[in-house]
Ligand binder design. Structure first.
Ligand code: IVH
Length: 668
């Protein structure tokens, strides 16, 4: 090949490769298979190695530059890179809207955009060529990270017009890249990144661009440094213009006429957020007209024409001040982290279960540590990890006790279990928890007998076992805190009503080990009366489908106890029903399920089912799936990252299930 042919071919190859690159990384719509792209890249590399003087900085082969840097150069921004004021909640958005109206009147339009959770960067183009990329730094001076930014395939090295200007946007790590990266790091025993934003920041801070290249970062551009003579007079026009130049613009932006439209946009994205393949931490709202933006101007730190609505934080840092121990119904000792109160996803969190000692050791949790807390599935608070770098030396190691904190008997660790247990059947803490379970909704369902009232009754020694509930006197109840005539009457009525529950509710309420709700129903249906069940032998019990050896053993052992015999006879004498009344399970499946006639709302991201699959299954079982939470909603299924619908359900006291519980019920 002579030099001239090579030069021409190089030009052709640049154009083709840039075009395919643009289709793949910006438009997400490739027109040729990957192999064709790779073939052209190989051809270009070969020509360049034969004619090294044809290698130019804009060649697609130069995305991953050669040498590692020893430090990043400082870059002074021509126009300062400001940040936005934040708004939390609707009220502050309405304040923002009021301020705008006061300043420029009512005739304006907003543009709403997703607030990408990454790093602000600036890209400078000269005559259409990408020449300098920098971080925001302190807003005035940033760092030159051109080599790292060049590795982002959606950043065009050459624009579709020979333009000199500065464009700004957010570099980020897509969730898929993040997951892959952390998996690889885990394999190699390296520290994991806490979230995609930290991973993106860590990648762009690497002096060796080959590392950044391996991290598969991406970018969305959302603004122009200086409009100068670009002929753009609205922000929406700017976004369209950027896209036309071949830059990657997030396509979810919308024009909104009123603040109500803005709030609707926010609600939509609070809901759809988990489905995105990148993280967003809020919504950015901007006044569209550049002339109106200029009139509104800036405060010292941020423009008056824009605001960032922030989603409630889902992971926050707080201090673990203590570890409290509780004794569960089955004697399991559970350590709970006591936290300095913090807001997580809209509610105050001050406790988080630590489950067991192994977990405390695994996470290396010490008393006094700073920890990251999140809500798992957005419902249950969880300690994610410890900020060991914040330790001062004042922290102390936590040891599980050797004796039960409630009854002081020796704790044991049963074979194959991680949990420590108190095995004293008379342990008051276990009894109290057992009573709370007995009256709970899925057991005897005694309204008005919550944890607090049970606690008081227990402390006043008015109840010791479930049968005592049925012998409570009105005068005794009236002496309790916050119990007036009316609530006492209601409570007595609820206790009375529970006497006629079908057998399975009582069986479940007794809290026999390994007998869950489903097993209780199977047993009640099979034996029909308590006496039949008590008379059943281990051998008889195991023949029932769904009843294994462990459960048979546990049931037989339970009824062998004298104390239990006494309890059952007291319950009988109180008039508690001991027979099965419910429809047969097989009939129940036909005539109705737990979902029949229920209004169900799905929110957040489900892992094992798609939304549609979940909807179809619930509807097949007689439920109705609707889009929004109201007083009429019976049940909310909350997946990962559920947002405002979940909060609303919590406010309205609506039953909430996670995906696991949904699957369990669907598979019954
Ligand atoms: S506009 C004058 N739009 O959020 C500042 N920012 O403080 C103009 N961000 O640091 C910023 N997505 O890095 C804008 N669509 C978006 C954004 C966005 C993410 C970041 C940006 C900035 C911070 C706001």
């Amino acid at each position: 090949m002579d030099r001239e042919t090579a030069q021409n071919r190089v030009k052709e190859l640049h154009n083709l490769i840039n075009q395919y690159n643009y289709e793949y990384h910006v438009l997400d719509n490739p027109s040729v298979p990957d192999a064709e792209y790779d073939r052209l890249m190989r051809e270009l590399t070969e020509i360049e190695s034969e004619f090294p003087d044809l290698v130019t900085p804009e060649s697609p082969t130069q995305r991953v530059g050669g040498e590692a840097l020893s430090a990043f150069e400082k870059v002074e921004h021509r126009t300062p890179m400001l940040s936005l004021a934040n708004a939390f909640g609707e009220a502050s958005l309405r304040d923002f809207d009021r301020r705008i109206r006061q300043a420029i009147g009512d005739d304006f339009t907003y543009v709403c955009e997703l607030k990408i959770d990454g790093l602000a960067v600036s890209l400078q183009y000269e005559d259409g060529l990408f020449v300098l990329g920098s971080t925001r730094g302190d807003g005035t001076v940033g760092e030159n990270i051109t080599a790292n930014l060049k590795t982002i395939r959606s950043i065009p090295i050459r624009l579709k017009e020979d333009l000199t200007f500065e464009v700004r946007g957010e570099a980020y790590m897509p969730r898929k890249s993040f997951e892959r990266l952390n998996k690889e790091r885990e394999k190699k025993g390296e520290m994991l990144f806490a979230n995609p934003r930290n991973a993106a920041a860590g990648s762009l801070r690497q002096l060796d661009p080959r590392i950044a290249a391996s991290r598969h970062l991406d970018i969305f551009l959302y603004g122009i440094g200086n409009y100068g003579s670009l002929g753009v007079d609205t922000h929406s026009g700017a976004l369209e213009y950027l896209a036309k130049l071949g830059l990657k613009v997030n396509k979810e932006w919308r024009k909104c006429q009123t603040i109500d439209d803005v709030i609707e946009y926010i609600d939509t994205w609070t809901e759809k957020r988990p489905d995105l393949d990148y993280d967003i931490d809020g919504i950015v709202i901007k006044v569209d007209s550049i002339e109106q933006q200029d009139r509104l101007g800036f405060t010292a730190k941020s423009p008056r024409w824009a605001i960032a609505y922030k989603f409630p934080a889902e992971e926050v840092v707080t201090r673990l001040t203590d570890i409290e121990l509780s004794v569960g119904r089955t004697g399991v000792i559970t350590p709970t982290a006591i936290l300095e109160p913090v807001q997580v996803a809209g509610t105050t969190v001050q406790r988080a279960s630590l489950h067991n000692e192994d977990l405390i050791r695994e996470k290396d949790i010490m008393l006094g540590d700073w920890v990251i807390v999140k809500k798992a599935g957005d419902i249950i608070p969880e300690v994610v990890n410890v900020l060991t770098e914040r330790r001062t030396g004042e922290e102390t190691v936590f040891h599980m006790p050797t004796h039960c904190p409630a009854c002081d008997s020796d704790l044991v660790r049963l074979e194959g279990e991680v949990a420590l247990r108190c095995i004293n059947p008379k342990c008051p803490a276990q009894r109290r928890e057992g009573l709370i379970h007995f009256v709970s909704r899925n057991a005897m369902n005694i309204d008005g007998l919550g944890e607090k009232v049970i606690g008081q009754l227990f402390e006043h020694e008015l109840i010791r076992d479930p049968a005592d509930i049925y012998f409570l006197k009105k005068e005794q109840l009236l002496e309790l805190e916050r119990m007036g005539e009316k609530s006492v009457n209601n409570l007595l009525a609820a206790i009375e009503k529970s006497k006629s529950n079908s057998l399975e509710k009582l069986l479940f309420g007794l809290g026999i080990r390994h007998v869950g709700e489903r097993a209780a129903k199977v047993l009640a249906e099979h034996y029909e009366t308590m006496d039949n069940l008590i008379a059943a032998s281990r051998d008889d019990l195991v023949t029932i489908p769904e009843v294994g050896e462990k459960m048979s053993d546990s049931i037989a052992t339970y009824f062998e106890s004298e104390e239990v015999e006494e309890l059952i006879s007291e319950l009988k004498s109180a008039g508690v029903n001991m027979t099965y009344k419910g429809p047969r399970i097989s009939e129940a499946a036909e005539s109705g399920s737990i979902f029949s006639n229920k209004t169900v709302v799905l929110t957040g991201k489900l892992e094992k089912l798609t939304r549609n699959e979940a909807k179809e299954k619930i509807e097949a079982l007689g439920g109705q799936v609707t889009g929004s939470v109201s007083k009429k909603t019976d049940l909310v299924i909350a997946g990962e990252d559920a947002g405002s619908k979940l909060t609303k359900a919590q406010e309205l006291n609506i039953e909430i299930w996670d995906e696991e519980k949904l699957l369990e019920e669907l598979n019954r």
